[in-house]
Design a protein around this ligand. Structure first.
Ligand code: SF4
Length: 302
């Protein structure tokens, strides 16, 4: 069988090992060298270009049904859980706790629940909206596992590495939010980021108040493609007396966007985190759909 392997950045270091193992099973194996941002970002066009029978995507579970033979290989990482002992003092005011994690630590979520239950806490695990597949799992674009239990918990605990995933959940909830990173042995309340996020969002809308020409980004990535939303936004923007064009790309290059000098502002219909995490990488305001709709509303009221 001809197989293309695809790894997210953190797992690319293991590519050769997996390629050799599959070659031993008499497969012809290739490795995608382009960046991969998630299971929304499948290298299907590369697989088709080399005539592969299958794409093996490591590190994530399924995001959206793909029109190609894709095997998902989630990568479990056994993180040291001893750090949880130190969190009890930080959580002493709270009894009802919602816990979330990433796909890499889903197999440890039961142990996290058991630890806190043993220490007198009542633990809640929410259900994702659909892009994430397991209860308690969060993605940068699916924080349902946290927001669906926001009204019943007193605080949240995220167990896992980095800030990318928990910050999405912080923006989508209202309760105190503790991040426990077992890799760098750091525990941190992330609540201050809600205000930073909200100010940045309002700032982008205000900077766009005189914008008349909008570039609407549509990604060709399998899980980020949202042409219907882009067309709807184009209609709304133009019916409010502005100009808009739909801009197509796979991974958007911010340098290229900066070169599109005619546009006063950009609107992303791709990964929702582009318009929150990457706004400083482009000179013009870069908004999400809800922000440009808010802008249109404000301008109508003026
Ligand atoms: S947050 Fe963005 S990169 Fe991550 S899975 Fe969602 S769409 Fe993909």
């Amino acid at each position: 069988m001809k197989i293309l392997l695809q790894f997210p950045e953190g797992l690319k270091q293991h590519a050769l090992k997996h390629a050799k193992a599959l070659e031993k099973e008499r497969n012809e194996v290739f490795v995608s060298a382009t960046p991969s941002f998630g299971a929304c970002d499948l290298a299907i066009e590369e697989a088709k270009a080399i005539g592969a029978d299958k794409l093996v995507h490591f590190g994530h579970n399924e995001f959206k049904k793909a029109n190609f033979n894709v095997e998902y290989v989630p990568y479990e990482i056994d993180a040291d859980m001893s750090i949880l002992d130190n969190s009890l003092d930080m959580l002493k005011e709270y009894k009802k706790i919602g816990i979330v994690t990433t796909v890499q630590h889903l197999h440890q979520l039961g142990q996290v629940k058991e630890f806190y239950s043993r220490n007198g806490k009542e633990i809640f695990i929410g259900k994702p909206y659909g892009f994430a597949k397991a209860h308690g799992q969060i993605l940068g674009c699916d924080v349902g596992s946290a927001s669906t239990i926001d009204s019943i918990v007193e605080c949240f605990v995220y167990f896992g590495g980095g800030l990318f995933h928990p910050l999405g959940a912080v923006y989508g909830t209202t309760k105190p939010f503790l991040s426990i990173d077992p890799f760098i042995k750091k525990m941190e309340w992330l609540d201050r980021y809600r205000e930073i996020h909200s100010k940045a969002s309002k700032g982008k809308i205000m900077r766009s108040i005189d914008a008349r020409k909008f570039g609407i980004l549509v990604s060709t990535k399998t899980g980020q493609h949202n042409m219907n939303l882009a067309k709807m936004l184009k209609n709304i923007i133009e019916s409010n007396g502005n100009d808009a064009a739909i801009l197509i790309g796979d991974t958007f290059d911010f340098y290229s966007l900066d070169n599109m000098l005619e546009f006063d502002a950009f609107v992303s219909t791709a990964c929702p985190r582009i318009a929150t995490d990457d706004i400083d990488r482009v000179r013009k305001p870069l908004m999400n759909a809800n922000e440009v709709l808010e802008l249109m509303k404000i301008r109508k009221q003026e």
